[in-house]
Design a binder for this molecule. Structure first.
Ligand SMILES: Nc1nc2c(ncn2[C@@H]2O[C@H](COP(=O)(O)OP(=O)(O)O)[C@@H](O)[C@H]2O)c(=O)[nH]1
Ligand SMILES: [Mg+2]
Length: 507
């Protein structure tokens, strides 16, 4: 994602390391920034304005002792990029007293139908809504079938009705949604060009019949400036409330992400980062800016982990690790959780310094598969007690998995090292016993509302606690204080939360 841009910016910053910001360096740097953005296929007015702002800000900045031009420029560019692509805006305007209507529009093949299903899943799982999808694309014979299949995959109802026009289908869908008690209706429309008057007329009719609360323009980020131009053209005939950029995972350049907000005035609401239905992310301009500058997006990574990883299981695993009772079966289930988060390359690209250079790394994407097949080929007893695996067992396991003996031996060696580490952890339980959940970790990383000491195992010593944050010294004295609820309390809370969700779903 945006590797080209990241590489360019990291080079520009590296070139400035150790130097001072002067008229001359900024003239040269400005030119390089302009070239980088043009290569990314950003719109010309955006590029010119961006260069000017960065240059003025850099020349006007107060020079801080010990901060070199590269560091200063990074900060300025990051702020400007965030500004350019922002604001953060992924809230829906919910309709009270009736289903909220979301209209998806765009060119053919831009990703509307896929995004429709992704949004349905997002709204159900993360916003606790009850969505319904509507097949309003009657241009392609296979379109209804495609949405029906996606509906089944996600487990969300799909409305379609033969013999009606798309505006009539959408209108009828609202009635059906009320009957089914669905509170969000997602209209998946046919792809169209803004110059096609008939189809644009149809889209307006859909809008006038359903008065959508959100009208999203879904566009393919890989088409760069063309995506921006079509968004602009659409917004002239129908009132858009936001843009969804799809296929950002395959977009090395980033021109659409950089210019679409500035040119259309419409916020980027969500981004599509893969074909799978869980690859939709809320758009965070600051995180994107950080990725573009090669500083990674660790917050985004934790965010994704939060969505796909079962926190109860993690707590159980953590306890097993602390007790050094973690076996190969647990190892396998951990690997599977990581796999759910995405490919190894994708995960690595979120880390600082790796963004633009992941392709240069020798990352074998199939390592997890090797380990998975080897463990699967073991008996239950072997997984629980790997120490019984002798040479003949190794041979059998390798043959069963279709792998080499070295694959099996290597895995066992790594696991043994891990066990050694767990024994160490067991000894230092006091330190790890206070590890906190993913939400706190994310908040701390984001510098948000979370407990800023959450990343420090055991918290900061009393003397170092900022005033107001120091926990009350309860019974047991400061030595026994714990920050945040205990594992038991957290587990109880989560159970209550699940029950509450279940109840509200039934309602
Ligand atoms: N890599 C990637 N592919 C996507 C993404 N969104 C959609 N696609 C693919 O783009 C193609 C067209 O998608 P579709 O939803 O049928 O487009 P529509 O014609 O606008 O409804 C399909 O092959 C999708 O799998 C995305 O975020 N990333
Ligand atoms: Mg479609």
């Amino acid at each position: 994602m945006l590797e080209g841009l990241t590489r360019r910016f990291t080079d520009i910053v590296a070139g400035l390391r150790g130097s001072k910001i002067t008229e001359a360096t900024m003239k040269e740097t400005g030119r390089e920034i302009r070239r980088a953005l043009l290569e990314a296929d950003a719109a010309l007015p955006v590029v010119k304005d961006f260069e000017k702002r960065v240059r003025e800000k850099a020349l006007g900045a107060v020079v801080i002792e010990g901060v070199d031009a590269g560091q200063m420029l990074t900060k300025i560019v990051q702020d400007e990029l965030t500004d350019l692509m922002g604001p953060v805006d992924h809230e829906f305007s919910w309709r009270s007293g009736g289903p909220t209507v979301v209209l998806l529009s765009g060119l053919q093949g831009s990703g509307k139908t896929t995004t429709c299903a992704k949004l349905a899943m997002y709204l159900r799982d993360r916003k606790k809504r009850k969505p319904m999808m509507v097949a309003a694309d009657l241009q392609r014979p296979a379109a209804i079938e495609q949405l029906k299949v996606l509906g089944q995959q996600v487990g969300v109802p799909v409305f379609h009705q033969p013999g009606l026009t798309p505006p009539q289908v959408c209108k009828a869908a609202l009635e059906e949604a009320k009957k089914l008690k669905c509170d969000v209706v997602l209209l998946d429309t046919a792809g169209r060009l803004h110059i096609d008057d008939d189809l644009m007329g149809e889209l307006k009719q859909i809008a006038s019949k359903t008065s959508p609360d959100e009208v999203f323009f879904v566009c393919d980020a890989m088409t760069g400036q063309d995506a921006v131009k079509s968004a602009e053209a659409f917004s002239q005939s129908i009132s858009l409330t936001g843009v969804i950029l799809t296929k950002l995972d395959g977009d090395a350049r980033g021109g659409a992400a950089l210019s679409v907000k500035a040119i259309t005035g419409k916020p980027i609401k969500f981004i599509g980062v893969g074909e799978k239905l869980d690859r939709l992310e809320e758009f965070h301009p600051d995180r994107m800016a950080s990725r573009i500058l090669g500083m990674g997006d660790v917050v985004g990574l934790v965010d994704r982990a939060q969505q796909v990883i079962d926190e109860d299981e993690q707590v159980a695993m953590q306890e097993k690790m602390l007790a050094a009772k973690f076996d190969l079966e647990d190892f396998l289930s951990q690997l599977r959780q990581i796999k759910k988060m995405g490919s190894l390359k994708d995960l690595l690209s979120h880390l600082p310094g790796l963004g633009g250079r992941v392709d240069e790394l020798d990352v074998k994407g199939d390592e997890i598969q090797v380990v998975e097949s080897v463990i699967q080929s073991m008996t239950k007893k072997e997984r629980q007690r790997p120490e019984i695996i002798n040479t003949s067992r190794r041979r059998r396991i390798a043959a069963g998995a279709g792998r080499t003996l070295e694959d099996v031996t290597g895995l066992l060696r790594q696991f043994k090292q891990m066990q050694g580490m767990m024994e160490q952890m067991k000894k230092h339980q006091g330190l790890f016993g206070k590890m906190k959940g993913m939400r706190e970790m994310k908040d701390a990383l984001a510098g948000g509302e979370g407990d800023p000491t959450a990343m420090v195992p055991g918290g900061l010593p009393p003397g170092m606690m900022p005033p107001g944050l120091a926990p009350p010294s309860g019974p047991g004295g400061p030595g026994k204080k714990r920050i945040g609820p205990s594992l038991d309390e957290r587990r109880k809370k989560r159970k209550q939360e699940r029950q509450r969700r279940k109840n509200s779903r039934r309602k």
